[in-house]
Design a protein around this ligand. Structure first.
Ligand code: HPA
Length: 272
C-alpha cells in the first residue's frame, strides 16, 4: 500500500466536513487537539465543553468500529485553555485506508489548528516499563506495512516536535507525574505480538508497541503541525509477563490509570 499524505488543502470531502464544523462552532485556532487512545476517554470529563459533535453527524468523518472507541469531537477549554478532543480514531487493522486514518488530522489542519497531541494504549517492550506507566514518544518505527511518502522536515530529528516534548516533560516533572521517554513501534495488528516479535522489537530499539499513531504523526508533521505523542503502557508486551493479553485487559488498565493520565493531559493543555 502506498499513498501520499501530502495534500495540504482539502478534497471535497474534507471541505464539507470543515464547513459543517465551522457552521456549528467558531474553532479557536490556538486550541490543542488531543486524540484519545483506547479506553482513555474519561479525560473528556475534565473539559468545560462548548459543543460536542458526533462523528456520525460530520460529513465524511470515518466512524470507529472497535469497542471502547466512540467517535466524537469535543470543543471546549480546560482552565481557559482551548482544547479539541478527538475520541474514536480508526485503525488500519479495521481495514481502513490511510485516507480514513488521517482524515481528522487533515480536518484539524483545514480548521487552522496547529498543535496535536496523540495518545495511545501501548505494550511495554522496554523491560523496565510496567502497566500503568506513561511514556512520551520521542521517535517511532513504522512497522505498519505501509509506505508513507513523507520525510522529516529539514532541521528536525524526528516527526515529534522537540519544543512540545520539552514542555510535556517539564509539565510532568512539575506535577510529579512519572513519564518515561521512548521509541514507539507502530505495528499493523490486530493480534498482539509473539514473544519472538517482542524480542525483535526490543533489538530494533523499541520501548513500546502499538497499532496507531505512526501514520497520524507523520501526516500532521508533513502538514506543518506540531506533534507530540504519549503512550499509556497498558501491559508488558507478550513474553515479558505471564498473563495472556486481551483488549479487555488493556481497557481495564486504562480505566485504572485514567486519573493520572487525565491530570497530565490537563496540565499539558494549560501549559501550552
Ligand atoms: N501490543 C500492541 N498494541 C498494544 C499492546 C501490545 O502489547 N497493548 C496495547 N496496545
Amino acid at each position: 500500500m502506498s499513498e501520499s499524505l501530502a495534500h495540504k488543502d482539502g478534497s471535497e470531502r474534507l471541505n464539507e466536513a470543515a464547513q459543517f464544523i465551522e457552521s456549528r462552532t467558531r474553532v479557536d485556532k490556538r486550541a490543542t487537539a488531543v486524540v484519545l487512545g483506547s479506553g482513555l476517554g474519561n479525560f473528556a470529563e475534565k473539559i468545560i465543553t462548548h459543543i460536542t459533535l458526533d462523528a456520525a453527524e460530520i460529513p465524511n468523518f470515518p466512524r470507529p468500529s472497535v469497542a471502547g472507541h466512540h467517535g466524537k469531537l469535543i470543543f471546549g477549554n480546560i482552565g481557559g485553555s482551548p482544547v479539541i478532543l478527538i475520541k474514536g480514531r480508526v485503525h488500519l487493522y479495521e481495514g481502513r485506508t490511510i485516507d480514513d486514518i488521517v482524515f481528522y488530522v487533515r480536518l484539524l489542519n483545514a480548521l487552522g489548528v496547529k498543535t496535536l497531541v496523540l495518545t495511545n494504549a501501548a505494550g511495554g517492550v522496554n523491560p523496565s516499563f510496567n502497566a500503568g506507566d506513561l511514556c512520551l514518544i520521542t521517535d517511532h518505527l513504522n512497522l505498519m506495512n505501509v509506505r508513507l511518502h513523507m520525510a522529516i522536515a529539514a532541521g528536525k530529528k524526528t516527526f515529534y516536535d522537540d519544543q512540545l516534548c520539552q514542555l510535556i516533560k517539564k509539565t510532568a516533572l512539575k506535577n510529579a507525574i512519572g513519564l518515561h521517554e521512548g521509541v514507539y513501534a507502530g505495528v499493523l495488528g490486530p493480534s498482539y505480538e509473539t514473544r519472538a516479535e517482542v524480542q525483535l522489537l526490543r533489538r530494533l530499539g523499541a520501548d513500546a508497541v502499538g497499532m496507531s499513531t505512526v501514520i497520524e504523526a507523520t501526516a500532521a508533521h508533513s502538514l506543518g503541525m506540531r506533534v507530540a505523542a504519549i503512550s499509556l503502557i497498558t501491559n508488558k508486551a507478550a513474553g515479558l509477563a505471564d498473563e495472556k493479553l486481551s483488549h479487555e485487559d488493556v481497557q481495564l488498565v486504562a480505566e485504572a490509570s485514567k486519573e493520572k493520565f487525565a491530570a497530565l493531559m490537563c496540565a499539558i493543555v494549560q501549559a501550552l
